[in-house]
Ligand binder design. Sequence first.
Ligand code: UT7
Length: 329
Amino acid sequence: MEVQRAKISAVGHFLPEDRLTNFDLEKLVETNDEWIRTRTGISERRILKDPDKATSYMATKAAQEALDAAGVSAEEIDIVIVATVTPDYMFPATACLVQEKLGAKNAFAFDISAACSGFIYALTTGASFIQGRTANKVLVIGADKMSSILDYTDRTTCILFGDGAGAVLLEASEDETGVIDSIHYTEGDVNCGLYQPAGGSLRPATHETVDARMHSIRQDGRAVFKKATMGMADVSSEIMKKNNLTADDVAWLVPHQANLRIIDATANRMGISSEKVMINIGRYGNTTAATIPLCLYDWKDQLNKGDNLVLAAFGGGFTWGAVYVKWSL
Ligand code: UT7
């Protein structure tokens, strides 16, 4: 049987209006704008302040925008996949809430937990259903309300993250464009280099876990930095070699936005000049599963049909990988 490719047929996004600048953070913790900008590349991030709105709200907004752009109705969707580490609830899955809010009544829905690699894991998963001809239209959403799991007294983590959502609609491709190849890796983080210590079945919420701020992100920044730099650079050059792509063949690197220095190292290893790298970390910080679709959204008007894109991410788990997409729009 002929290979059925999945194409990205539309992109949507959602960013909360409220901005948290480096100068705002200077008032909360002992830090300064210069340190944050030079060490990370971040100037400001968006925060979803409304306490009654969470990840499913942002995910639904992003998905609806993608559906509107494609002129596809929610009832036509076969699967809704949400990548997130900040679900509205431990269960049901955030994707189930999004399915209901969209009115995607013919779709089944599930979440993927792969932290900052969540979107590329979900993209590969969604594309596989189309490649296997068990689905025609799949919504793949990356969404995180990181402010809900940040400790705003910990300067080593609270400066890094922001809230946001991005979504793509996948449909069967009629030509050679679409999701061409994926490489994914996992290395179980038994030493807890990047994790949320409490709230799961190992340490359910107690007064003690709350008092010890164990429901917020903990990260061994230096260790994760080294792993992320190696992981993203290695897997990006691996997917290029595997698909016989030279630096000239790649139109855009679409990297996870965790740290500008990690992005630069990845581009260097690929031999790609900075003009071909999507970078918006300065405005949004690290929105975890949302960074890559937010880049696709911001750059969509500059992309041409047939452009070769390398999407690459590294995150908690540890999880990392790269996806080669030939742009379809
Ligand atoms: O997306 C998921 C994956 N996560 C990542 O990829 C994040 C990877 N890690 C990083 O991006 C970086 O490690 C950080 C941005 C988190 C930290 O940058 P760094 O260059 O690795 O700094 P460091 O942790 O080595 O700290 C250098 C100094 C320390 O002070 P001393 O020990 O040299 O006196 C820190 O205490 O900077 C201090 N520091 C700060 N100073 C001002 C740490 N955080 C801050 C801060 N403001 N916010």
